[in-house]
Design a binder for this molecule. Structure first.
Ligand code: HMG
Length: 400
């Protein structure tokens, strides 16, 4: 039985900062951010969005009534959770109007979480072939104003339906995983921004790639010519390029040209949004599917997942004939173009206004056009709302 990604949907903030302007504000050469880091825009998550609302906004782009009836498990991967006890998946299932006869859990291992969710979902579908699993990858990547990590911030959510006979990507059997207890990036309880040893994290990411990639090649006997594209977790797109260059060492020119071209398509959305943490690899998959004209049924795609702390996995899938249908006719290039640019000082204000932890208060960010939004904390309870009518400017029309 084929099992894999049946549908994929994405949502991010309607606001962004231009990386050239951020570079000027930080007294950096813009090319450091544009080329050295590989980012052109950075999503600014307003205080009216959190992982639950971004997940709901991503999921409604793909879910039909039939999907809602078939979903029996919601796996919510995040490292920007909003409660130490209650799973974000429970809030989400309610907002999406899913039935009560389901399981709903939250899963964490930094940016590796969503990959763990997909593998778990795959096992669940193998045992329950008529069921679908909704896997969410949602995060708000925060390092702090004027920190080295700042140009690698971002945020958003990817929603994926895992089912039998998937429309997009059928997962293959083999995969290679690697885990080691290291302190490259973490977020101690009570802190709203990550603690990171940036240069060390960069090196461990590349080492974990070499480890899992080589182990995968040894296990399967595949070589570069067996892959149509290699996708990477993209905390910033230059790091994926560095990993690709490791894979391309000693490559035939035809493999280098093909994989380098596909990487450019696969990193485009990430360069426009920034780090989604656990959703980044899957935003890159979406970017490839939306932007490459060479993608076709039967091709093998390799996926490298990395989560600090650290854990990595390399696995593969085969593109399916109906992969375009699995994107639910959403035009993500247009959605990203319709976002609003804000100044560096407006971004700094919004960055400070988030209500985390046990803070009480109301959020009144009225310009947020997203269907689902967060309106504040009352009696320690987070308040979520859905707009009654279509907002304007409307980046939420079905065909956009
Ligand atoms: P930095 O130290 O300020 O930057 O921050 P740098 O000096 O290393 O420069 C960055 C690159 O720009 C370098 O290229 C420079 O040469 C180049 P590289 O050596 O890497 O090839 N550069 C220029 N290029 C063109 N024109 C110029 C120019 N100037 C410089 N004028 C750092 C970089 C990554 C350390 C920082 O952004 C950071 O701390 N980021 C956050 C941590 C991170 O993203 N780590 C990635 C691996 S860990 C991971 O992926 C997991 C994660 O997603 C979390 C999770 O799992 O939950 C983060």
């Amino acid at each position: 039985m084929k099992i894999g990604i049946n549908k994929i949907g994405f949502s991010t903030s309607h606001l962004y900062v231009d990386m050239k302007k951020l570079a000027f504000a930080r007294n950096e050469d813009p090319n450091k951010y544009l080329i050295g880091i590989g980012q052109s825009k950075m999503a600014v998550v307003p205080p009216s969005q959190d992982v639950v609302t971004m997940a709901a906004n991503a999921a409604i782009r793909i879910l039909t009534k039939e999907d809602r009836d078939r979903i029996s498990f919601v796996i919510f991967a995040t490292e920007s959770g909003i409660d130490n006890s209650k799973a974000a998946a429970v809030y989400l299932a309610h907002l999406l109007g899913l039935k009560n006869e389901i399981r709903a859990i939250e899963l964490k291992q930094a940016c590796y979480g969503a990959t763990a969710g997909i593998q778990l979902a795959r096992g669940f579908v193998a045992l329950n072939p008529e069921n679908e699993v909704l896997v969410i990858a949602a995060d708000n990547a925060r390092y702090g104003i004027n920190t080295p990590g700042e140009p690698t911030q971002g945020g958003g959510a990817v929603a994926m339906l895992i089912s039998q006979n998937p429309q997009i990507l059928a997962l293959e059997e083999d995969s290679t995983a690697f885990t080691q207890d290291i302190m490259d990036f973490w977020r101690p309880l009570g802190k709203t921004e990550a603690v990171v040893d940036g240069k060390y994290s960069k090196n461990t990411y590349l080492e974990f790639f070499e480890e899992t990639w080589q182990a995968y090649l040894d296990k399967t006997g595949y070589s570069l010519s067996d892959f149509a594209a290699l996708l990477f977790h993209l905390p910033y797109t230059k790091l994926g390029l560095k990993a690709l260059q490791i894979a391309l060492k000693d490559a035939q020119p035809s493999d280098t040209v093909r994989l380098a071209q596909e990487f450019e398509h696969a990193r485009f959305f990430n360069s426009e949004v920034g780090n989604l943490y656990t959703g980044s690899l899957y935003l890159s998959l979406l970017s490839l599917l939306c932007n490459s004209e060479k993608t076709k049924a039967g091709q093998r795609i390799g996926l490298f997942s990395y989560g600090s702390g650290a854990e990595a996995e390399f696995y593969t899938g085969i593109i399916q004939p109906d992969f375009k249908k699995g994107l639910a006719k959403v035009d993500y290039n247009r959605i990203l173009n319709l976002r609003k640019e804000i100044s560096v000082s407006d971004y700094e204000q919004l960055f400070k206004q988030h209500l985390f932890s046990v803070q009480e208060g109301a959020i009144s960010y009225k310009e947020d056009p997203a269907p689902f939004f967060f309106s504040g904390v009352h009696d320690f309870k987070r308040q979520y709302e859905k707009r009654g009518k279509k907002p304007s400017p409307n980046i939420w029309d079905k065909n956009v």
